[in-house]
Write a protein that binds this ligand. Structure first.
Ligand code: AMP
Ligand code: ZN
Length: 118
């Protein structure tokens, strides 16, 4: 899907809106969440616009799956979460609690998370 004019994460990923980019790979950027719910709360945002997880993985689409896992490992190391652990979440559509309609993965660390989630 093409960059969307009114999409805040397209603007951030396209560097049209300033943000502290913590890490950047070919297909993703990582930034701090504006409203953190944990001592470490980052968002891994795809550079390409996808409305949600459900739009990923078409025939000619390559989102860079290995890249995501490698990036998560790097964040775990750099944010001191390798030993203690962390949580990654992709909220999808209404029941999933998705509020920004551009694919992103929450990376949260620095406290113990409960299960099941609320
Ligand atoms: P979700 O509810 O899974 O769609 O998550 C959207 C997340 O994006 C929320 O945790 C927001 O706090 C965060 N957020 C929204 N706008 C921005 C922004 N401009 N910069 C950083 N984080 C943002
Ligand atoms: Zn977008």
């Amino acid at each position: 899907m093409k960059e969307q004019e009114d999409c805040i994460f397209c603007k951030i990923a396209g560097k049209k809106m300033p943000a502290d980019i913590i890490k950047e790979t070919d297909n993703f950027i990582a930034i701090e969440d504006l409203n953190p719910v944990a001592p470490v709360h980052l968002l891994i945002i795809s550079k390409k616009h996808y409305d949600s997880l459900l739009d990923v993985g078409g025939k000619d689409d390559n989102i860079g799956g290995n890249e995501i896992f490698a990036l998560i490992g790097e964040l775990a190391r750099e944010f001191n979460a390798w030993e203690r652990g962390f949580r990654t979440v992709i909220n999808t559509k209404n029941d999933g609690g998705q509020t920004v309609k551009h694919l992103h993965i929450h990376f949260m660390a620095g406290r113990r998370f409960g299960w099941p989630p609320g």
